[in-house]
Design a protein. Structure first.
Length: 189
């Protein structure tokens, strides 16, 4: 499992069942895990302090045991055709790219699945970069969430399509890609 600063685990790599188990171990009712899940995946809370339906004590318990490593926009560049290219900064300061692509009938998000790529395809600029690491499902989810917010802000409508054609080869990070699709499409997310 991936650990972050101060050896605290990113809560977003846990399953709902693992959060339920943590709540049970600490004498919290099951519905608390579901509240936290909703804050993470419906509301995209970037800190436990944002989880205002939880008591201060519960937020402190989670903050003392876990971290939330949200992706942030590093830079955005808009082209004359309306396409907006983003660089996203991950918790470890690595950058990945995402693109918001408007067309008459669709608004597409292009997201990354890896930092760099190991395939070195001649037609792809990412192929010239070495593979740094796979992106987590949460980091892919963040890209989509951010691009959807940006779509609403810049074009007045949400995303209609998502393509995994940014940095990296999605099939080489298959489990995280599938988990991100689940998080993006489930009613709990």
């Amino acid at each position: 499992m991936q650990t972050i600063m101060n050896d605290k685990k990113d809560i977003r790599i846990l399953t709902l069942e693992e959060i339920l188990a943590f709540c049970s171990e600490h004498g919290l009712p099951k519905f608390r895990a579901k509240q936290i899940w909703e804050w993470l995946w419906k509301k995209r809370a970037a800190s436990f302090e944002e989880m205002t339906s939880l008591s201060k004590e519960i937020r402190e318990l989670f903050n003392n045991n876990f971290t939330i490593t949200a992706v942030k926009i590093h830079k955005a560049e808009k082209s004359i055709d309306g396409t907006i290219k983003y660089s996203f900064q991950l918790h470890d300061k690595l950058l990945v790219e995402g693109v918001l692509i408007p067309s008459q009938k669709r608004l597409t998000a292009c997201v990354s699945s890896q930092v760099g790529c190991s395939l070195a395809c001649a037609f792809c600029a990412t192929g010239t970069l070495k593979l740094e690491r796979n992106i987590t499902a949460a980091e892919i989810y963040d890209q989509v969430f951010i691009l959807n917010e940006e779509a609403i802000t810049n074009f007045g409508k949400p995303l209609s399509n998502i393509v995994y054609m940014g940095m990296g080869e999605p099939l080489l990070n298959y489990k995280a890609v599938l988990n991100s699709i689940n998080l993006i499409t489930t009613e709990q997310g």
